[in-house]
Design a protein around this ligand. Structure first.
Ligand code: INI
Length: 156
């Protein structure tokens, strides 16, 4: 029996993206942004399709993601941040709050909101996840956004 399979296309052409990014730990988040933009361009997107909004810290990412989702102008939203446990006693609280709130926004507005916040134990891990040994979480987040935007489009 042939089944019907649906999968996302990795084509960013014509997709309107919003990227919300934290200034806190901008040493890392700026690298995540570079990665995200590079990914979008390598998949056929153009810089003018991308709106970038800077917020003070990871805690504020969900607030702006919610506002951007409510405009209905974007087919995908990517949240970029860096929370480093070694330097943040309340890292788990921030991470939990951010991921729950981003998911809530995604579901209530029917738009993919990708959580690309680096959660690292220490500076070395943050470096590894921001464009060195372990890749670039911004690049990965943008790729997930491209794929999810395609799935949402196909499923209506
Ligand atoms: N914000 C981050 O993005 N990463 C962190 O590691 C961090 N630390 O260490 O506390 C952080 N704090 C700021 C926070 O996100 C808010 O901007 C601030 O509390 C104002 O609401």
């Amino acid at each position: 029996m042939a089944c019907k399979e649906i999968s996302g296309q990795l084509n960013a052409a014509g997709v309107a993206f919003a990227i919300v990014i934290s200034r806190f730990n901008s040493f890392f988040t700026a690298q995540l942004l570079k990665g995200a933009l590079d990914c979008i361009e390598r998949h056929g997107g153009k810089p003018e399709q991308v709106t970038v909004v800077w917020v003070p810290g990871a805690n504020e990412l969900p607030l702006l993601a919610e506002k951007l989702a409510a405009t209905g102008k974007y087919q995908a939203i990517v949240a970029l941040g860096a929370v480093i446990r070694g330097a943040t006693a309340h890292a788990d609280l921030i991470n939990g709050q951010v991921s729950r709130s981003l998911a809530k926004t995604a579901m209530s507005h029917g738009v993919p909101v990708i959580n690309a916040v680096v959660s690292a134990e220490n500076l070395e891990q943050a470096v590894e996840r921001s464009g060195t040994k372990a890749g670039n979480k911004g690049w990965d987040g943008a790729l997930a956004a491209i794929e999810m935007a395609s799935l949402y489009k196909q499923l209506g």
